[in-house]
Design a binder for this molecule. Sequence first.
Ligand SMILES: [Zn+2]
Length: 120
Amino acid sequence: METTKICMYCAKRLSGRADKKFCNSYCRSTHHNDLLGNKTNYMRQINYLLQKNRRILATVFATVENKKAVPVNELYLKGFSVNHFTHQLKTSKENHYIYCYDYGYKMVGKSHVLIVQDCN
Ligand SMILES: [Zn+2]
């Protein structure tokens, strides 16, 4: 029987069993290692951004006096990424905190943020 299936790794035409996906174990393991590598890189990148965000929050938090709100631009200028956070805490409409690990912030108006440190 003619088969038109190709190897998922090297794209060579496969012959033999219909459920075959790779020409040999080399192609199989290399393919899986590539997938794993990409996932690891992806997670590493996200972790890096989360840690960078936390560092930015911690740095700005340390310079703020009396829990004052700071311009959100101050975070952006340091490379803060709003799309990356670890969790959120919403106790009311006004109290919506977005956290990067133990540091969080909430919007105050449209242009300022109040940074908080979770002591837990
Ligand atoms: Zn192959």
